[in-house]
Structure formats: structure tokens, C-alpha cells
Design a protein around this ligand. Structure first.
Ligand SMILES: [Cu+2]
Length: 347
């Protein structure tokens, strides 16, 4: 019969504690889970930070990162294979979508599905390397993960990245200055009665989105104001309204009636092109369905790639209203964030 020995047993617990103290910090260091965020927005959703916050993180091989989404504009978190072409359609993934917890080592692409506020996605990084990541919906949203070997020291801790994310979020969402002023200058009735302008067709202007792009060593981030500025306007029958996009990247549409069933980028039938390249529709009734198609800034030209022209990417849409009435419109891409407007046509 085994006899209970109080002296020897009393040594067991302290020894276990000592082992735990020595062992747990090392495993935590060897396989740390980091946290970062995807997107951010103002309370009214009108300002969207199209950004990974922060967008540059140093970790050890074997660590993982959990991203939490913080906007109602959709984003993906995507690691393409180095050199892989940027996929043309985010709905099909890179191709396909990975489950949360997937490992990325550069040999196979890993992407989350498009996600919104509150959703999370974890990626594990088993192999040292420098990995670019991006959003398949917004190609101006990029970042870099530096995966170091376990023997190397890391430059920052989680607290640093939390502070950096907060600072970047604040900087992006409060950044309205110059573009906002330009847009206000752009708004209004430039019909020539100030004595300076050339006499032009009686026309009113609406700003369809404003944006600003910024960069840091980790990648690019963007503010997008997904609003029609002075989007509710009153005009006379026969007047023309011009919508212009001031965003470096985000497409917007001016859509009267239901959304088009298929591809939202081309305009609906009957939309013509003015001699200066702007799209133009004539709207004769509040029940008429008219879709501008996407108005957006042409992408930057790259060496060896055919020039991106205004013909492929109109930045302006005009509509001439012939009859009095109330004409509600919205942006195909951003009406869920509140991007809507109204043209009131009086006799
Ligand atoms: Cu829009």
C-alpha cells in the first residue's frame, strides 16, 4: 500500500509552478497571436478609411494575426503569391476563399471573403519572408507583413500597433481639408453671370465622392467620402446637372430607378458621350430608369502597359431634365452607406 508522503508532495506544486513560469512565456513568444483591423468609418458611414490599420507588422515565423473588420464598406484581406496578377473580380476570390486560420507562406494565395464590421479572419505565417497584402475590392488598400525567424528580435509590441492603428484611423477620417475646399469651389452655378466665365449652358454641379490617397513604408491607405455633396438640388426644367468624381480610386454611379441587373460599370442604353468625353442622359420623367455607369478616375499609367484613357473611365456624368418633378438617385456601390441624392425640377 502506497503511503502518502506530505514532504515530497509539497515539492511537487512549486516545481510545477516553476516549470510553468519558465515554459509558458517561451511558447507565447514562439507562437504569438497578433491583432489588427480592416477599414474604419465615421458614425454616419460617409467617411470610409480604405485601409489596413496598421498596415505594416513585424512578427515571428509561427505567429498568426487576427484581423477585425470595422466598416460597412466591404473589404477582403488578401495575400497573393508574389508576382500573381491582381484578380479582376473580387467575387471569385484569388481564386477561391480560404477559411479563417489558413496558413500563408507565399506558395498559395490566401484571401478572406468580402467582410464587414465585426467579422474576423486569422492568417498564420509559418515561414520567414516579407509578404504584401491587399484588398481585392480596393486595390489602393495595401500592407506588408514582415515574418522574421524566431531568433530575431521584433521592433514593436502589440501596444505599439494598437496605438498606430488608432493614429492612422484618426488621421484618415479627419482628413478633409484640401479636397473638401476644392469641392466647395466646384459646387454651384457657373452660368457665366460672374462676368468672368465664358457663357455656358445653364448647369449645376454635384460632387460625386471625394478621396485622398496616402502612403507609408508599409503600403497605401485611402480616405473615401462616399457622399454626393450638395446632392439635393433644385433646378429649372431644361437645366443640366453635372456630377463629377473627385476620388482617386473609388467608382461611383448616378442611378435613377432600380440597380442594373448585371455589370454596373457600363451606362444604361440611351446615355450618350459629349464631345468632351462626359456621359450625358436626357431624363424626361421621374419614372425613367437611367444608370450613369461607373464614373471614376483612370488608373495611373505604368511602364509598358497601354495608357488608361478617359474614354475607358469617364469622370463626369450629365443629365438634362426636361420636365418638372422629383428625381431620386443613388450610387450603385455606396447607397448602403447613405450615398443618395435628389434633383427637384421646377418649371
Ligand atoms: Cu459611390
Amino acid at each position: 500500500m502506497k503511503v502518502f508522503n506530505p514532504v515530497r508532495f509539497s515539492l511537487v506544486l512549486p516545481c510545477l509552478f516553476a516549470l510553468a513560469v519558465l515554459w509558458f512565456p517561451r511558447t507565447a513568444q514562439a507562437q504569438q497571436n497578433w491583432h489588427a483591423t480592416v477599414g474604419a468609418q465615421s458614425p454616419d458611414m460617409g467617411k470610409q478609411a480604405l485601409a489596413f490599420l496598421p498596415n505594416e507588422i513585424w512578427i515571428h515565423a509561427g505567429d498568426s494575426i487576427t484581423w477585425t473588420w470595422q466598416s460597412d464598406d466591404i473589404h477582403t484581406l488578401t495575400f497573393l503569391m508574389p508576382g500573381q496578377p491582381y484578380p479582376p473580380d473580387f467575387t471569385v476570390g484569388c481564386p477561391g476563399f480560404a477559411p479563417s486560420g489558413a496558413a500563408f507562406d507565399g506558395s498559395t494565395c490566401v484571401t478572406s471573403p468580402p467582410m464587414v464590421t465585426g467579422q474576423t479572419f486569422t492568417v498564420a505565417f509559418p515561414k520567414a519572408g516579407n509578404y504584401k497584402f491587399e484588398c481585392l475590392v480596393h486595390n489602393t488598400m495595401t500592407g506588408t507583413i514582415h515574418v522574421l525567424s524566431a531568433s530575431e528580435a521584433l521592433p514593436h509590441n502589440q501596444g505599439f500597433y494598437d496605438d498606430q492603428a488608432a493614429a492612422q484611423r484618426k488621421a484618415l477620417l479627419s482628413d478633409t481639408g484640401q479636397r473638401m475646399r476644392m469641392a466647395m469651389h466646384h459646387d454651384g452655378d457657373h452660368n457665366g453671370d460672374d462676368g468672368f466665365s465664358v457663357k455656358v449652358i445653364h448647369k449645376k454641379y454635384v460632387t460625386a465622392g471625394i478621396g485622398e490617397m496616402t502612403a507609408n513604408p508599409g503600403g497605401t491607405q485611402q480616405l473615401a467620402i462616399v457622399r454626393f455633396l450638395d446632392g439635393t438640388i433644385t433646378i429649372h426644367a431644361g437645366d443640366t446637372v453635372e456630377w463629377a468624381n473627385f476620388d482617386p480610386d473609388e467608382p461611383h454611379t448616378i442611378t435613377f430607378g432600380p440597380d442594373p441587373a448585371g455589370n454596373p460599370f457600363p451606362p444604361s442604353a440611351g446615355v450618350t458621350i459629349d464631345s468632351d468625353g462626359a456621359l450625358h442622359a436626357v431624363i424626361t420623367s421621374p419614372s425613367q430608369n437611367v444608370h450613369s455607369g461607373a464614373i471614376l478616375q483612370p488608373l495611373e499609367d505604368e511602364a509598358g502597359v497601354p495608357q488608361n484613357t478617359l474614354a475607358n473611365n469617364p469622370t463626369r456624368f450629365r443629365a438634362t431634365f426636361t420636365q418638372p418633378g422629383t428625381y431620386n438617385y443613388h450610387c450603385f456601390f455606396h447607397d448602403n452607406l447613405g450615398m443618395v441624392g435628389k434633383v427637384i425640377v421646377v418649371p
